[in-house]
Design a binder for this molecule. Structure first.
Ligand code: FES
Length: 119
């Protein structure tokens, strides 16, 4: 791997629409919470920061999916996000999205490739 990847967790720690893996990273000079989830076989990662108000989203630690397992849910006011893109589809996030992080699975592990896309 040409990048300088950072190990997040074992691949087996993330199940489809299951509990997410929380981790911290440096974002705009601050230690910032983030998370990785698996959806339909692929791993995605985002800052743990709602687009409505910058609060953490999990309703219990690591629980980001709604009951249907189809959307990521903010526990504060119920904004819903598409797991593959982080785009808001419902709620007070008003069409905004989560800050995406680049991740990759390799040899049974999940790695963070870039700290953040700085959108
Ligand atoms: S803080 Fe997430 S919907 Fe309001």
């Amino acid at each position: 791997m040409a990048e300088n990847p950072r190990l997040i967790c074992a691949s087996t720690a993330l199940t489809d629409s299951g509990k997410g893996m929380r981790f911290d990273l440096q974002y705009q000079g601050e230690t910032t919470p983030a998370f990785a989830i698996r959806y339909r076989g692929r791993v995605y990662a985002y800052l743990n920061r709602c687009a409505h108000i910058p609060v953490e989203m999990d309703w219990q630690e690591g629980e980001f999916f709604d009951l249907s397992g189809l959307y990521l849910l903010c526990s504060t006011h119920g904004a819903m996000y598409v797991p593959e893109t982080g785009q808001c589809i419902s709620g007070r996030c008003a069409g905004k999205g989560l800050v995406t992080l680049a991740v990759r699975e390799h040899d049974g592990h999940v790695y963070l490739i870039e700290e953040a896309n700085h959108v």
